[in-house]
Design a protein around this ligand. Structure first.
Ligand code: G4P
Length: 189
């Protein structure tokens, strides 16, 4: 998506060769109109797949998941992190490890909002090592739902998560795929 690449080049900042800060429109401040354009684009790429639910994980995936769900006209479910005391036992859970934060975290979804009748599109803001996506796939599996694929805003191809999951047969669509980056330049595929 050309406009996203341009926004990354003009507003993004690379920190230490592996972290891209895009706080001005994706991860801290949100540009609603642009978020809607990205949701429409992801929805168009998966049109005709019979998607019944969008699945993401809190927090930064929610905005683009919402606009994708709006475009497809289906509910959006976000996996929660940790486990609230108000949560009953009817949940699917998975453990993911965040390389960025260097910690393991449990994510979960209630069985009220994901089940065997669903065809799921996973949506997230970043794909790096692929841990979040792997955990979300596990939730889809546990729920007995069908996976249509994953729609990602920014894939950092050089961190390998996308390749490993595509090898497992997962269809992944990224709006911007970064081959390499440094403080001086960002190269897209
Ligand atoms: P992975 O899920 O693909 O394995 O990625 P990793 O463990 O490296 O990333 C953990 C968290 O950092 C995720 O957010 C992910 O979206 C975010 N992240 C990864 N790479 C970048 C990057 O280059 N720039 C920015 N801004 N974020 C990145 P999270 O821990 O789930 O937190 P949240 O921000 O969604 O709440």
């Amino acid at each position: 998506m050309q406009k996203l690449k341009q926004k990354i080049l003009s507003e993004g900042r690379v920190i230490g060769n592996s972290v891209l800060k895009v706080d001005s429109f994706l991860n801290h401040q949100i540009d609603p109109k642009f978020m809607l354009e990205m949701g429409n684009e992801l929805a168009a790429r998966f049109a005709g797949e019979g998607i019944t639910r969008i699945l993401t994980v809190e927090a930064s995936g929610i905005a683009v998941a919402l606009t994708t769900g709006l475009s497809l006209g289906v509910p959006v479910v976000f996996a929660k992190k940790g486990r609230a005391s108000t949560q009953n036992n009817n949940i699917y859970s998975a453990r993911i490890y965040s390389f960025t934060r260097q910690e393991a975290v449990d994510i979960f979804v209630s069985d009220k909002f994901l089940g065997p009748r669903d065809t799921v599109l996973i949506v997230d803001d970043f794909l790096a090592h692929g841990e979040a996506l792997r955990g979300l796939l596990e939730l889809v599996d546990r729920a007995g739902a069908r996976l249509a694929g994953a729609g990602i805003v920014i894939e950092k191809v050089f961190q390998g998560g996308g390749a490993a999951l595509r090898e497992r047969g997962v269809r992944i669509e990224s709006l911007a795929a970064i081959k390499s980056m440094s403080e001086e330049c960002v190269e897209f595929i």
